[in-house]
Design a protein around this ligand. Structure first.
Ligand SMILES: Nc1nc2c(ncn2[C@@H]2O[C@H](COP(=O)(O)OP(=O)(O)OP(=O)(O)O)[C@@H](O)[C@H]2O)c(=O)[nH]1
Ligand SMILES: [Mg+2]
Length: 294
């Protein structure tokens, strides 16, 4: 029996729905999703396995003009996603006009590999707007096949997946067939906590936060976790903790609920907050948090 496998990498502007789509394909919440830009900071693999195929999806950070070291390294993840792709999924959302980085855009329009342009969030548009947008993108990216989709509502997601399978090369699988992702358990704990911070704190707070899980102890009926939320300044520490610890408590309660669903086990979670001055611009710190792979 022939077998197909390959790398299918999702790229596009921040907040267009890349992570929503990857989770829809995989059927698990591997990537966190919020309405804020720059929710995803890493390249995260989501593997979909069938008897005769393995689709290795990559969710990537939204494309931005980097302003500090962390963002530079986020854009390195995007670059790496161009290098090993067998199929590129370029996602745009209804109403969007251009990619925030011209060099990346040129890479897409000059791509030698197949590009599927996914026009997302069509649940928010009408027929007239949809036709106008399809026309616009057909002119801008003539080498792409265009699929209007709704990642949130699942519209056309199956059709895109079938097209991906068509385009994949014949190859043995790259990962064991029971593997879902390349990231360790601790990563999902960090990300779930960060999602709650993106949801509940304003302005610069979520962007100044990094989460590190120092302890992950799996017992028969329970997983015991200790994580630290790192911020850049003392004032931010106070805001994260909140009045009598109420804000931090909410983060812990909500993260625990999600993680119990994700791991299918009871979770005991202890979270504390620490100041780590300017970690976003510090090469060594970034390396420690899994960013700087240069
Ligand atoms: N209406 C609608 N909203 C969507 C759709 N897909 C995603 N969203 C919403 O768009 C927002 C961003 O979704 P994400 O999946 O986090 O977007 P992303 O491209 O991964 O964002 P970054 O990681 O920040 O680059 C969330 O509020 C989603 O619920 C869709 O098809 N329709
Ligand atoms: Mg994302």
């Amino acid at each position: 029996m022939s077998h197909k496998a390959g790398f299918v990498n999702i790229i596009g502007n921040p907040n267009v729905g890349k992570s929503t789509l990857m989770n829809a394909f995989v059927g698990e919440k591997l990537s966190i999703i919020t309405s804020k830009a720059q929710t995803t900071r890493h390249r995260i693999l989501g593997i979909v396995n069938g008897d005769d195929f393995q689709v290795v999806l990559s969710d990537t950070p939204g494309i931005i003009k980097p302003a500090y070291e962390l963002q530079e390294s986020m854009m390195d993840f995007v670059k790496s996603a161009f290098e090993d792709a067998d199929v590129l999924l370029y996602m745009v959302e209804i109403g969007e006009k251009k990619l925030k980085d011209e060099a990346f855009f040129n890479k897409i329009t000059n791509s030698k590999i197949p590009v599927l342009l996914l026009l997302n969030k069509i649940d928010k548009s009408n027929q007239e707007q949809l036709e106008e947008q399809v026309q616009l993108w057909a002119e801008k990216v003539p080498n792409a096949e265009i699929f209007p989709i709704s990642a949130l509502e699942g519209f056309n997601v199956k059709e895109v997946f079938n097209r991906i399978i068509d385009l994949l090369p014949e190859s043995p699988p790259f990962y064991p067939k029971d593997q879902l992702t390349d990231k360790p358990e601790r990563f999902f704990i960090n990300e779930t906590i960060r999602e709650k911070i993106l949801l509940h704190y304003k302005k610069e707070i979520p962007y100044a936060v990094e989460v590190e899980t120092e302890e992950f102890l799996e017992e028969e009926n329970i997983i015991r976790v200790r994580s630290v939320i790192m911020v850049e300044r003392d004032t931010q520490k106070g805001i994260i903790i909140g009045h009598k610890g109420s804000a931090l408590k909410r983060v812990g309660v909500e993260a625990r609920k999600d993680l119990e669903t994700f791991f299918g086990k009871q979770i005991h979670i202890e979270i504390y907050v620490k100041v780590n001055k300017n970690w976003r611009s510090n090469q060594n710190q970034l390396k420690r948090f899994g960013y700087n792979n240069r």
